[in-house]
Write a protein of this length. Structure first.
Length: 318
């Protein structure tokens, strides 16, 4: 596995003309990429244009660290990373709930997670049918900031489904986790090595070249004979976190398609009441209209309940 991913990383470094860590997610065959558009179109027609329903993803977070303490950090770092993940995915009807945090002291895994991911995941993964398992370790030494496996890479619930991050790329506002979660939910990179090759198979992401990455120039058009400028603000290309802020409608549809077809265990998830909050209180029909509930009096109490995950809360009992 390392030879394949490492080749991808070196190519990306050369094209980007930078020595910054990149994504090590393995690519999929071009014929599979070209099938994405038709698959989503058929699925969308079957749904008759219905809005994508909220998908709720539990997260099992695994901190793999060295005996020296390198790579070990507080729970707050993981919670902040998930908070930002929710910020970026909420407009597309995805919500993530950090369910479990584990810590594993293992020097070999910490230093070689890029090679040992399947061995480590086999030992550490928690219910991958319902959980997105996130692992953090030292990936920079391999030139990688993170890597995942596309949704159709393995059967639903396979322990090899994983999101893998360098422990130094987890700050609130850092979009590396958003990028890798996008891969986990099925999205390929938007770019390719030729304007004649579709990078991701999604109809509303313009074609663009991997030799013209790391730019935030909205006028950049590396494939001028194709419609649209380079999608420099897209989470699935290479640019800075300050420049990235969007998935397209087509990408959103494909992620929901992938959950329903490849990560369908997530459809059984329901966060429920832990994320409900009282938004407002109001009183009516006070017997003596003094606004105070006195002994022996009755009044109507109205409670507005909000939901931090922005989906409808039904059948709430107070």
């Amino acid at each position: 596995m390392k030879k394949i991913i490492f080749l991808i990383s070196i190519i990306s470094l050369t094209y980007g003309q930078t020595n910054r860590p990149v994504c090590g997610t393995p690519s999929i065959p071009q014929d599979q990429i070209e099938e994405i558009g038709s698959a989503v179109e058929q699925w969308s027609n079957y749904r008759d244009g219905e809005r994508n329903e909220m998908k709720m993803v539990f997260v099992a977070w695994h901190i793999v660290h060295a005996t020296s303490g390198a790579g070990n950090y507080g729970d707050d770092v993981a919670y902040d990373a998930i908070a930002w993940l929710n910020e970026t995915f909420a407009p597309h009807n995805f919500a993530f709930e950090l369910d479990t945090i584990t810590r594993t002291e293992n020097d070999d895994w910490f230093q070689n997670w890029y090679d040992d991911v399947f061995q480590g995941a086999a030992a550490l993964s928690i219910d991958p049918f319902h959980n997105m398992n996130v692992y953090t370790a030292d990936l920079y030494s391999d030139g990688v900031a993170g890597f995942s496996f596309l949704a159709n890479s393995f059967p639903a619930g396979d322990y090899r489904h994983s999101v893998n991050m360098d422990y130094r790329d987890l700050a609130y506002g850092n979009d590396v986790l958003t990028h890798e979660a996008g891969h986990h939910l099925g999205l390929p990179h938007t770019f390719s090595g030729s304007c004649g090759i579709d990078g991701d198979g999604v109809g509303d992401t313009p074609r663009h070249l991997d030799s013209q990455l790391w730019s935030c120039n909205e006028n950049l058009d590396s494939c001028p004979n194709d419609e649209g400028n380079d999608p420099v603000h897209n989470y699935m290309t290479y640019t800075s976190s300050t420049c990235q802020y969007e998935f397209t409608v087509g990408q959103e549809d494909y992620m929901h398609f992938c959950v329903e077809n490849y990560h369908y265990g997530y459809l059984e998830n329901n966060f429920g009441s832990p994320n409900l909050y009282v938004d407002a209180l109001s009183f009516e029909d006070d017997t003596d209209e003094d606004g105070i509930l006195n002994p022996g009096e009755q009044m109507r109490l109205y409670v507005d309940v909000g939901n931090a995950y922005d989906y409808n809360a039904d059948s709430i009992t107070l």
